[in-house]
Design a binder for this molecule. Structure first.
Ligand SMILES: *Cc1c(COP(=O)(O)O)cnc(C)c1O
Ligand code: SF4
Length: 313
């Protein structure tokens, strides 16, 4: 992470693209700056300004275009906070904003407007212990795997002492962003806890899975951890049935189940990635015509006030 690319000029140079972006209209963004691991850049196509991996990390002027239908908190998450960094929106499960840090800054991210520090987990742990309707804890963020294994193993131990919890779910992009993050220590604490581990990745384009990433995912799957993937439907990245079918097959071949295809949350700065729902529904129908049923993700969107994600098909 310390070695990650943080400047658009450097990124353009690495990709043999003109500095200053010319046709791209790059606009540096102070509150959510460019951040991309070098290994992820090597999976981009040099010379292609429209590369779907590049699009996910390159800050563009389009992010600043004002739009009336967006907000900083489109999901009304502030209503769901039951302790610092702890969100309870759906029955039985609770989401801990384990850290604010991420290995990369995805331009479409709906957490891009968040910055509240998640320093001390103790108040959240007390709230979890006090609510025996909870059976699952989701470590999210930011990216929870930005924390080191010692801290996470300690957290897992404290969570496993809460008798009503059964499952420990991790939402992380790190096995894709930096496959080296899948360490022996990570697999050890994930498989040693009393809680059933589940890992949910975010891969949006098949080319994100290069050989080192595939190897990291294979190791996780072989160690017995259920690994799922959620993608965000993104204009210019994965808005074609060809791309989505390739992605789903690649995942399935590695033992990773396509879980969700998310309709973009309308967060400020990300609206240029939006694909209309009607188009998303047609894409899913096309996938159903090409893939085994288990390889087709559920197309969903988050609607404030609902007790789960809302299916769009
Ligand atoms: C999406 C989400 C979950 C998990 O929902 P699943 O449908 O179980 O994957 C839990 N809590 C919050 C706050 C969420 O946004
Ligand atoms: S929370 Fe996930 S999607 Fe958002 S910037 Fe971090 S890694 Fe990317």
């Amino acid at each position: 992470m310390a070695d990650a690319v943080r400047s658009a000029d450097e990124l353009m140079e690495m990709l043999d693209l003109p500095k200053g972006g010319l046709a791209l209209n790059i606009r540096e963004c102070e509150s959510f700056p460019l951040l991309v691991p070098r290994g992820f850049v090597t999976r981009m196509e040099p010379g292609d300004a429209h590369d779907p991996l590049l699009r996910q990390v390159l800050p563009l002027a389009a992010e600043e275009e004002p739009s009336q239908r967006v907000s900083a908190d489109p999901l009304h998450e502030s209503d769901a906070v039951i302790a610092p960094g702890l969100l309870k929106k759906y029955p039985g499960r609770v989401l801990l904003l384990t850290t604010n840090a991420c290995a990369m800054h995805c331009r479409h991210c709906f957490r891009r407007c968040r910055s509240e520090a998640v320093g001390d987990w103790q108040p959240a742990l007390e709230a979890i212990a006090a609510d025996d309707t909870l059976h699952e804890i989701i470590l999210s963020g930011g990216d929870p795997l930005c924390c080191d294994d010692e801290a996470l193993a300690g957290l897992a131990e404290r969570l496993s002492a809460v008798r009503h919890l059964q499952r420990l779910r991790i939402h992380s992009r790190l096995p894709v962003a930096i496959p080296e993050r899948v360490t022996d220590a990570l697999i050890d604490w994930l498989t040693d806890t009393r809680l059933t581990p589940i890992l949910v990745l975010q891969v949006n384009h098949p080319r994100e899975i290069d050989d080192p990433c595939a190897e990291a995912l294979r190791r996780l799957v072989r160690s017995g951890i259920p690994v799922l993937n959620q993608s965000v439907l993104l204009r210019g990245v994965n808005d074609s049935d060809e791309t989505l079918a390739d992605l789903c097959e690649r995942l399935i071949d590695l033992g990773v189940l396509p879980y969700y295809l998310h309709q973009l949350d309308r967060v400020r700065g990300a609206v240029h990635f939006e694909v209309p729902e009607r188009e998303g529904q047609a894409l899913i129908q096309a996938l159903r015509g090409r893939l085994p049923g288990y390889a087709v993700p559920r197309y969903v969107r988050e609607v404030p006030g609902q007790t789960g994600k809302t299916p769009l098909l």
